[in-house]
Design a protein around this ligand. Structure first.
Ligand SMILES: [Zn+2]
Length: 305
């Protein structure tokens, strides 16, 4: 069995990303299993604009005490593997703009707007005509499937699988395709990630099955959110290791905050973390409300209770 953490190198990791990374590491290593880090850098425009972020992310993971099996894989080196996988699927060209999809489909469900199948059955002449207007994305034909996954915290989750995009109009493999191909080829059998991705799990598991890969075990863990309950972001202030270092907080101190947010003693070593029973990690399922002004007091509160 193998677990993984897969950051996108488009901005510095914040406390929530670090907490998810720590949990991914624990859940893999506590069973003595492999742990991989994969850089999800397919969005070349955003990655180029964030020069040096990927290396900084690896430095940050090490700074909070994590280690991983080499080599670190970068998706931008694996385009051929994604193209091979796409070729093996039943796909069709889609010429719809975002706006056209929005107008023709139902309201988004958990951030995903199900595709209404507009381009599923075009004739050859219709396709030839639409190709002159815009480059085609590729969608996988799902035949209205639904798929159930098992999540350690959410239980059984069943989702409808629409004809989702597997390659963008510019030829870039889509996130939903690349993540499934990588997990399959890397032998990842345990996926630990933020609970904002829970609703995409049935779609991805269906695709894994289609591509002949075993469906991984899922653990969607609580996101870090700001005081308003929104996903933690740069605008919430000092939430990356670099920001916090400027304020005099070391990576070791930050690691203590992450553990305290999980109802654990902040000073636990890696070896001690790996010996905790699974029940000790129940707080992983909860969202973490991060108030940057109160972070420094977090560990103190922990050690006095
Ligand atoms: Zn379309």
């Amino acid at each position: 069995m193998t677990g993984r953490f897969a950051p996108s190198p488009t901005s510095a990791m914040h406390l929530g990303n670090l907490r998810t990374a720590l949990l991914s590491w624990v859940f893999a290593r506590r069973e003595g299993e492999g742990f991989l880090v994969r850089i999800e850098d397919l969005d070349q425009q955003r990655v180029t604009a964030a020069h040096g972020v990927a290396d900084q992310q690896l430095t940050d993971l090490a700074a909070i005490g994590l280690e991983w099996d080499e080599p670190v894989v970068r998706q931008s080196d694996r385009l051929g593997l994604y193209r091979d996988a796409i070729t093996s699927l039943d796909t069709y060209e889609c010429y719809c703009t975002r706006r056209e999809v929005a107008e023709a489909s139902q309201a988004p469900h958990d951030g995903h707007r199900p595709y209404p199948g507009t381009c599923a059955n075009l004739s050859d002449s219709e396709r030839a005509q639409r190709r002159t207007q815009r480059p085609a994305a590729l969608r996988v034909r799902s035949e209205g499937a639904s798929f159930a996954i098992h999540d350690r915290y959410a239980g059984e989750v069943t989702g409808l699988v629409d004809d989702f995009v597997v390659a963008r109009g510019d030829g870039t493999p889509a996130y939903n395709l690349a993540v499934v191909v990588d997990d399959g080829l890397q032998g990842v059998s345990q996926v630990v990630r933020g609970d904002d991705l829970l609703s995409s799990a049935p779609r991805q598991a269906w695709l894994a099955d289609r591509l002949g890969f075993p469906v991984p075990e899922y653990m969607h863990v609580g996101l870090a959110v700001n005081a308003e309950g929104q996903r933690l972001a740069k605008r919430d202030g000092a939430v990356s290791l670099a920001d916090l270092a400027e304020l005099g907080h070391s990576a070791v101190e930050v690691r203590g905050w992450l553990l305290a947010s999980l109802d654990l003693e902040p000073g636990l070593t890696n070896a001690e973390l790996l010996q905790l029973p699974l029940e000790a990690w129940a707080a992983a399922a909860r969202r973490w409300v991060v108030d940057p002004d109160q972070l420094a007091g977090l560990v103190n509160r922990m050690s006095t209770t």
